[in-house]
Design a protein around this ligand. Structure first.
Ligand code: NAD
Length: 291
């Protein structure tokens, strides 16, 4: 079994990005610059944004954190977005999701300049991705594709089952896996909360990408020997043996499934760091496309 180590692979790729920054930037040329907008005090969002800012420092990017209270209005957030769109010293930015319930997420996404949309959520980028045109890919699916590529996991002609159909993970990764590309060229099934006979479907897969948000959902008896498993889930479960009183687990029953599969991502340390690495790649690309 190969452990698909997102931390190790990210360290390698981030070093490569760091070298690109050193080679390209200098006294005359500023480094790539990413901004993150964080609304409210959601602890998970705070941790994600902190890791993104830290990753920027690691590769020599400039970064800006815009932190606003939970009470921020739709109009105030739209003003921030417009300001970021117009800032010539900024290459890309993200608005960390989820947003407070009184904010209309769709309106905010639509207001982001697609050329700075390094999260790849704007319909311009999503549509271009669907058509196979150059675009910013959503960071998590892009991180998975980079991982499959670097670990040389065969995908051509394989049956890939995606568990989940969200706009940020399930749907885009299903699209990318079915594209005429490498990695890609898979025969893809999207399963969701209404899918029947799920175990039968997952047992017929050679690749399973789990993105449901249900701890330990994918059990040993749902997987055939030799399957490659990508676990996207990040779930908190109570664990009094940990100082925080909880630990993070994926959507896969890792300890039991790992003996059956050919390759598997751990949680934490699998898809999570690859997501941030993909965001850095998108920021680099936004920076280079401007030059
Ligand atoms: P979501 O809640 O938007 O979507 C969950 C999907 O799972 C839905 O499409 C639903 O139909 C499907 N589903 C629910 N029950 C099911 C069942 N019994 N059988 C089959 N499908 C079922 O979630 P999301 O935003 O796509 O996130 C999924 C998980 O991935 C979460 O744990 C989230 O925290 C994690 N996540 C991780 C990263 C990362 O960087 N590692 C990034 C994004 C999301």
């Amino acid at each position: 079994m190969i452990l698909l180590d997102g931390n190790k692979l990210s360290a390698v790729i981030r070093k490569e990005i760091g070298h690109r920054v050193i080679d390209f930037c200098g006294k005359e040329i500023r480094p790539p610059h990413l901004a993150a907008v964080l609304i409210g005090d959601n602890p998970a969002s705070q941790a994600y944004v902190r890791n993104k800012i830290k990753a920027c420092e690691e590769v020599g990017f400039a970064s800006t954190l815009i932190k606003k209270p939970e009470t921020t209005t739709q109009e105030e957030l739209l003003d921030i977005v417009r300001g970021l769109n117009e800032d010539p010293k900024l290459d890309g930015y993200i608005v960390q999701l989820p947003l407070p319930r009184h904010i209309k997420e769709e309106e905010i996404t639509l207001a982001i300049d697609p050329a700075k949309d390094v999260d790849g959520f704007h319909p311009n980028n999503f549509g271009r991705m669907a058509l196979g045109m150059p675009s910013f890919l959503p960071a998590t699916p892009m991180g998975i594709m980079i991982m499959l590529d670097r670990y040389q996991i065969p995908t051509d002609g394989k049956h890939c089952v995606v568990l989940g159909r969200s706009n940020i993970v399930g749907t885009p990764i299903a699209l990318l896996m079915s594209k005429k590309s490498k990695p890609g060229n898979a025969t893809v099934t999207i399963a969701h909360s209404r899918t029947q006979n799920l175990s039968e479907i997952t047992r017929s897969a050679q690749i399973i990408i789990a993105a449901l948000g249900i701890p330990h959902f994918l059990k040993e008896d749902m997987v055939s020997p030799g399957t490659c498993i990508i676990d996207v889930g990040i779930n908190k479960i109570e664990d009094t043996s940990h100082a925080k009183g909880y630990r993070l687990v994926g959507d896969v029953d890792f300890e039991k499934v790992k003996y059956k599969c050919s390759a598997i991502t751990p949680v934490p340390g699998g898809v999570g760091p690859m997501t941030i690495t993909a965001l850095l790649e998108n920021t680099w690309r936004a920076f280079r496309e401007k030059k």
